[in-house]
Ligand binder design. Structure first.
Ligand code: HEC
Length: 157
């Protein structure tokens, strides 16, 4: 049931009602809350993805299952953390294209879910070779296909 996200448009207000998300209390997130929440979620994804790569290198294949599972669940949270009107170039690297091509953005989140499920299920078998093959393409295919069109590239230090 947690995968079911319903969009209800009431009097011009788009409320994103997510089953199992009691913390939102039915209120609409402010732009600032959404930006903070999605940056925190992306950081968690960054950490999980680093764990996946480290464990793959170390040959700890089944040990990366929880990290892949983490990405399965975070991927489902992505769409609701980008509500309409949460564009703020001062605080956020989200591009306006997210809201211009909403269906493509949501599909990119779904694509991450599909890849994460594939990574998790492959890692569960303990097969190092097959897991490495998924990991090899994951960064580009699962993360990059959304970052490339929809995120302002981070400045190089
Ligand atoms: C559906 C689109 C999408 C997918 C898939 C996605 N990201 Fe992101 N990511 C974004 C957007 C948009 C931002 C910029 C958010 C902002 O600044 O408001 C971002 C920002 C980030 C950041 C910077 C967070 C910060 O501190 O500001 C990290 C790290 C990150 N993503 C990691 C990942 C990793 C790792 C994956 C794959 C496992 C991934 N992302 C998949 C859209 C996506």
């Amino acid at each position: 049931m947690s995968t079911r996200v319903m969009r209800v448009v009431v009097g011009g207000l788009a409320l994103v009602v997510a089953a199992g998300c009691a913390s939102m209390g039915g209120k609409k997130m402010t732009a600032e809350e959404a930006i903070d929440a999605r940056k925190a979620l992306m950081k968690e994804q960054g950490a999980a993805w680093k764990n996946v790569q480290d464990k793959t290198k170390a040959g700890q294949i089944t040990a990366l299952v929880p990290d892949a599972e983490k990405l399965v669940s975070t991927s489902k949270e992505i769409p609701k953390l980008f509500p309409e009107g949460s564009l703020d170039p001062q605080k956020s690297n989200a591009k306006p294209e997210i809201w211009q091509k909403r269906a493509e953005f949501d599909a990119a989140a779904k694509n991450l879910e599909t890849w994460s499920v594939k990574l998790r299920d492959t890692a569960k078998t303990g097969n190092a070779e097959q897991t490495q093959a998924v990991v090899k393409d994951f960064g580009r295919q699962a993360c990059g296909t959304c970052h490339q069109p929809f995120r302002v590239p981070p400045k190089q230090p």
